[in-house]
Design a protein around this ligand. Structure first.
Ligand code: SPD
Length: 273
């Protein structure tokens, strides 16, 4: 049986063996499928999130550009990321002392721990991880401490993640970050969600001095190429301070520098604003 995500007139489909889990949480429809070739896959409100076989690119790219360049990485906040993959990558660094992971939907965490457990791996049992079930937007707004790194690993700007794309949220993030902290957020497909992508760059520029989108291919999301945004007040994203783990599947220092190359069709629009 084929299952897909439909994005306008585009479909991204997987051949699946069976449905493992389906539940309407207070926030979204959660579905988990066993695929024929790509492991177990999570779909939220009809949109693919991660598969056990194809998740590494996304989780490595959302984490390591920030974690290799931020001057300090002791205290990290993850907003979203209920599958545990982003936490797993952050916790590779022995310098990390505390990770607050704020996920709005406890049912996503439950489903991922049960059906996609290889994604979170040991992260869930790591004493440095502090899982908070709650609204990440409110959490950042009320944050009393300052983080070294904030990573926003939400879904698309619909449903529970819509507030993770607006100016007020990034204003709170700027306040909750140290002056030499680094923020990274997932930033949609530049190819088929160009307005969202450009809009997010402009929004984050209202609150951070240095704002740079970066890119990498993704099989499971519409458009085939995905993006993240790196933002800081003072940190030089080109200055890699820590060696990446050589066991990573994709991320290395050359990928780091290459990923920040901006395609012309994006650069031309950025130049006009
Ligand atoms: N179109 C879906 C974008 C989802 C990005 N977040 C995925 C969560 C993986 N931790």
């Amino acid at each position: 049986m084929w299952q897909d995500e439909q994005f306008g007139s585009l479909r991204i489909g997987f051949q699946t063996n069976r449905l493992l889990f389906k539940h309407q949480s207070p926030y979204q429809l959660i579905e988990v499928f066993e695929t024929v070739d790509y492991g177990t896959i999570l779909r939220l409100d009809g949109t693919w999130q991660c598969s056990t076989e194809l998740e590494h690119t996304y989780h490595e790219m959302i984490v390591h550009p920030a974690l290799t360049t931020a001057p300090s990485i002791e205290n990290v906040l993850i907003v979203g990321g209920g599958d545990g993959g982003t936490a797993r990558e952050v916790l590779r660094y022995p310098e990390v002392r505390n990770v607050d992971l704020v996920e709005i939907d406890s049912d996503v965490v439950k489903a991922c721990k049960e059906h996609l457990s290889s994604i979170g791996e040991g992260a869930w049992d790591d004493p440095r991880l502090n899982l908070i079930i709650g609204d990440g937007i409110q959490f950042v707004r009320d944050a009393h401490q300052k983080y070294d790194v904030i990573i926003v690993d939400g879904s698309d700007p619909i449903g529970p993640s819509v507030g993770l794309f607006n100016s007020a949220f990034f204003e709170s993030c700027a306040r909750a970050l140290k002056s030499d902290g680094v923020l990274v957020t997932q930033a949609e497909s530049p190819r088929v969600m160009l307005d969202n992508h450009i809009g997010l760059i402009q929004t984050i520029r209202q609150h951070f001095e240095n704002v740079a989108p970066y890119y990498q291919g993704q099989i499971i999301y519409p458009g085939g190429v995905w993006s993240w945004i790196y933002a800081s007040q003072s940190v030089d994203r080109k200055n890699i301070l820590r060696d990446p783990d050589p066991d990573l599947m994709i991320y290395n220092t050359e990928i780091h520098h290459a990923a920040f190359a901006i395609p012309n069709y994006v650069q031309h629009i950025i130049n006009r604003h």
